[in-house]
Design a protein around this ligand. Structure first.
Ligand code: 7RM
Length: 630
């Protein structure tokens, strides 16, 4: 396959990918190891919410992530593991060792009666074994369902039962900063309500005493010792399930997004190599947790299928101090660094000496994902981490899209701070107005849809195709609706303005809350903000801003005025916040997304019935917010 290396190449390849998508993707797919070539590249019908890629093709993603590299790269490091504890030795796992571990896990699962198509829940910390677990499932055709190991027992129960998992892979405990979490206790609690689970297999990480239920609970090290390092890769159809990954809906129960083998493999590999311009021998570090799609696609499947060296980091950015990311980047000579704006903003707050203590010369490319990156954070990241020299790829995508969709291509296409910029080849965005008309010009704003399938699009919601169809394909019939709003500027560059459910209408004007936040954040005293709408007698909706300052403000009224003036200056008087509440933190989920539902309720004057707050990193901020409500 041809990797794009110039702006002209981008234009011509993009054009070809739109004119003849099947030929374009067939060409890319032919670079992989197939056990049998596909009969048909694509069949789709967005009215029925159906997409199939590489039909009739037979393959196994682990052969493409491991076996095919062995002739050349058996002794190359596949995974660098860095512990939560900076004093614990890091690990370098070669492709050969990865092969042995993954095959062992495959056999260990088979020994417990796991067969192709069975669901296996993985509830583990960020240790090398979580990678072996995920790939071990894929090796034997079991469907993995990774549940982020920060979720509560109740969330675990919902996810296990929704997909009927037969086995749970877990550990005795996990480390997170200075905290130790007893994962097995949470699993024990969950097991009281999970009738489909026959076995749990427990890896020893923290060595805290755990309760092992006879007949159900097994030790990982004992079972692995019995398992051989030879495990033939199960023959998978392109459209067989690879994994289920739950993502929260705007309301109600989590949606089990289903990804299949062939298209997902092709797309995560292609986007990894293209967006980051990965070069042979480079070290790639994506700081996400494997419990999120970013970890699936860009810690494991993308980099490993490309034969790269990928970093798995067990810890958090602030432990033992705010320099940890930069310490790890220096120590492992990271070349490509991919993180989230929420992390950037929190590190930006710390003294610069935490960055300056480390040599970051090896970093060549920076990435951002998960939410819109505000301009201030973009510039800080560019200047201080990228030394003004590294491109930042602001990658827009979703659990549902499987891989990156809209993003600059590092060192190839133009950057524009706070813009995800251009669609990748094969991606056909369409901006829609409220009435369902496509806005075909540039210089428009509307809802972001995608009008043609790409190989890694989620195929369904596990067990609920109707919900899949309604959520993604009914708002704009015939198109995939992302739930995001966007602008396309005069140059055709996309800026994602945030979830459409975060749009507020003030005096008849549509405003993206992200846009107001970005303006507030430009005030030098402000670290971060979150804006929601609240009912307003005259305007319909008023603007309510929650603002975190670097230092606790002394003269709140003065600062409020300055912030209003700033917003007025940046966006216009219409966007000026009506209410500004200073807070010390925001209610964030563990993936760094602000739980706006809570902020909206408090802004509306509702302080009881805030709903489930168990997935918040720090539920105590909710009380502070309630008590300070204006
Ligand atoms: C990869 C991931 C998806 C939602 C998506 C957006 C937001 C993600 C960006 C972004 C602006 C970005 N999957 N989002 N990336 N918004 N710029 N570069 O995050 O399923 O967890 O979230 O995240 O709203 O719809 S996700």
């Amino acid at each position: 396959m041809e990797i794009i290396q110039s702006e002209q190449a981008y234009s011509s390849i993009y054009k070809r990918s739109i004119e003849d998508p099947e030929a374009f993707w067939a060409d890319i797919a032919s670079d992989f190891q197939w056990k049998k070539k596909w009969d048909n590249v694509l069949e789709w019908d967005f009215h029925k919410a159906e997409t199939k890629w590489f039909l009739g093709g037979k393959m196994n993603i682990t052969e493409n992530c491991i076996d095919r590299h062995l002739p050349k790269r058996a002794s190359q490091t596949a995974i660098i593991w860095e512990s939560n504890d900076p004093h614990e030795a890091s690990k370098h796992i070669t492709y050969q060792e990865l092969s042995d571990h993954v095959c062992r896990v495959g056999n260990m699962l088979k020994n417990q009666g796991v067969k192709k198509g069975d669901r296996v829940c993985i509830y583990m910390p960020m240790i090398p074994e979580v990678a072996y677990a995920i790939l071990g499932c894929a090796r034997i055709g079991a469907v993995h369902s990774v549940v982020f190991a920060g979720f509560s027992a109740g969330s675990l129960v919902d996810r296990i039962n929704d997909s009927g998992c037969k086995v749970v892979l877990t550990s005795d405990g996990s480390y997170r900063g200075d905290k130790k979490i007893d994962l097995k206790v949470i699993v024990d609690d969950a097991m009281l309500k999970c009738p489909t689970v026959e076995k749990t297999i427990v890896y020893q990480r923290t060595l805290n005493p755990v309760n092992m239920k006879p007949g159900r609970d097994l030790w990982w090290h004992e079972e692995m010792a019995k398992a051989s390092t030879q495990c033939p890769a199960e023959v998978m159809d392109s459209e067989d399930l690879l994994f289920i990954l739950y993502t929260s809906g705007s309301t109600g129960k989590p949606k089990g997004m289903v990804h299949t083998c062939g298209g997902y493999m092709v797309y995560t590999n292609y986007t990894f190599r293209t967006v980051f311009q990965y070069q042979e021998g480079q070290v790639f570090w994506c700081t996400a947790d494997v419990g999120w799609v970013t970890g699936h696609s860009y810690i494991l499947y993308g980099p490993l299928s490309a034969g790269a060296t990928t970093v798995i980091f067990e810890g958090i950015p602030s432990y033992p101090d705010m320099g940890r990311f930069w310490h790890v980047a220096e120590k492992h000579r990271v070349n490509i660094f991919y993180t989230a704006p929420t992390a950037i903003r929190s590190l930006e707050k710390a003294p610069l000496s935490f960055v300056e203590n480390y040599d970051l010369q090896e970093i060549k490319i920076l990435g951002s994902v998960g939410e819109p990156i505000n301009e201030e954070a973009w510039h800080w990241y560019h200047e201080h981490i990228g030394r003004g020299q590294c491109p930042i790829v602001d990658t827009w995508w979703q659990t549902e899209t499987g891989g990156i969709m809209i993003s600059p291509i590092a060192n190839v296409t133009k950057l524009k701070p706070a813009f995800a910029t251009l669609p990748l080849p094969g991606v056909q965005p369409a901006v829609m107005d409220e009435n369902g008309n496509e806005l075909t010009e540039n210089g428009v704003e509307g809802r972001l849809t995608i009008k043609f399938p790409w190989p890694a699009i989620a195929r369904t919601i596990y067990g609920d195709h109707q919900r899949f169809k309604e959520t993604y394909f009914s708002t704009f019939p015939g198109k995939y609706f992302t739930g995001d709003g966007c602008k396309r500027d005069e140059e055709g560059f996309y800026r994602i303005t945030g979830r459409v459910d975060d749009i507020i209408i003030v005096s008849g004007h549509n405003m993206g809350t992200a846009e107001i936040e970005s303006a507030i954040d430009e005030h030098s005293a402000v670290c971060e903000s979150a804006v929601v709408g609240y009912p307003h007698d005259i305007k319909g909706q008023g603007v309510y801003a929650y603002v975190i300052c670097y230092d606790k403000p002394h003269q709140e009224e003065n600062l409020r005025k300055e912030i209003r003036d700033m917003v007025s200056k940046v966006i216009g008087p219409i966007a000026k916040p009506d209410k500004i509440q200073f807070v010390s933190g925001l209610p964030k989920t563990r993936s760094g997304k602000i739980m706006r539902r809570i902020l909206r309720k408090v802004a509306e004057g509702e302080t009881s019935n805030l709903g489930d707050t168990s997935t918040l990193t720090d539920p105590s901020v909710v009380d502070e917010i309630k008590n300070g409500a204006l």
